[in-house]
Design a protein. Structure first.
Length: 166
């Protein structure tokens, strides 16, 4: 006499219904494929970052070939945060980097001041802080005048506020 039990139960063994064709090997193969694919996709941004020129060290020596008139306003050195100016005492250079958190400050010639767009620090025309959270003046950097009259700005060498190249 045969006893009918629950579906999938036959003679003391549990059997899977025939609709499911998954085997243990198939599940493991799918899982490993997912792990490998995730690993490969995770490497793509890393490789892109390592090949990037963004964080490559740049030379601290920056050339400036334009003519500077005495009393003229600040002029930006191409593709840098460095600005130069000539007054009666000589030539000076300033780094337009806020001393609060390092944001790039913008020079507003019509107001004769430097403004940090991040947290509102304001510097006077010489780079001294007048309001906002900036703790000190904008950094001055060394300037060298070459024999042909062009300039070399050394952004790695900070100098005092009153230092000028003559």
């Amino acid at each position: 006499m045969q006893v009918n039990g629950p579906v999938g139960f036959k003679r003391g063994r549990l059997e899977m219904p025939k609709e499911s064709q998954w085997t243990r090997r198939g599940v493991l193969r799918l899982a490993w494929t997912g792990v490998v694919a995730t690993g490969i996709l995770s490497l793509a941004p890393l490789v892109q970052y390592l090949r990037s020129d963004e964080d490559q060290p740049q030379s601290p020596l920056v050339p400036f070939d334009k003519e500077l008139e005495i009393g003229a306003d600040w002029q930006q050195v191409s593709n840098t945060r460095t600005w130069v100016k000539r007054d009666e005492l000589g030539i000076m250079a300033v780094l337009a980097t806020c001393t609060h958190l390092g944001c790039e400050v913008k020079y507003q010639s019509e107001k004769g001041q430097w403004l940090c767009p991040c947290h509102g620090s304001i510097y006077d025309v010489e780079g001294r802080p007048t309001s906002g959270p900036a703790p000190r003046a904008l950094s001055r950097v060394a300037v060298e005048i070459k024999p042909d009259g062009s300039l070399i700005v050394n952004t790695a060498k900070q100098v005092e506020m009153d230092t000028r190249a003559k």
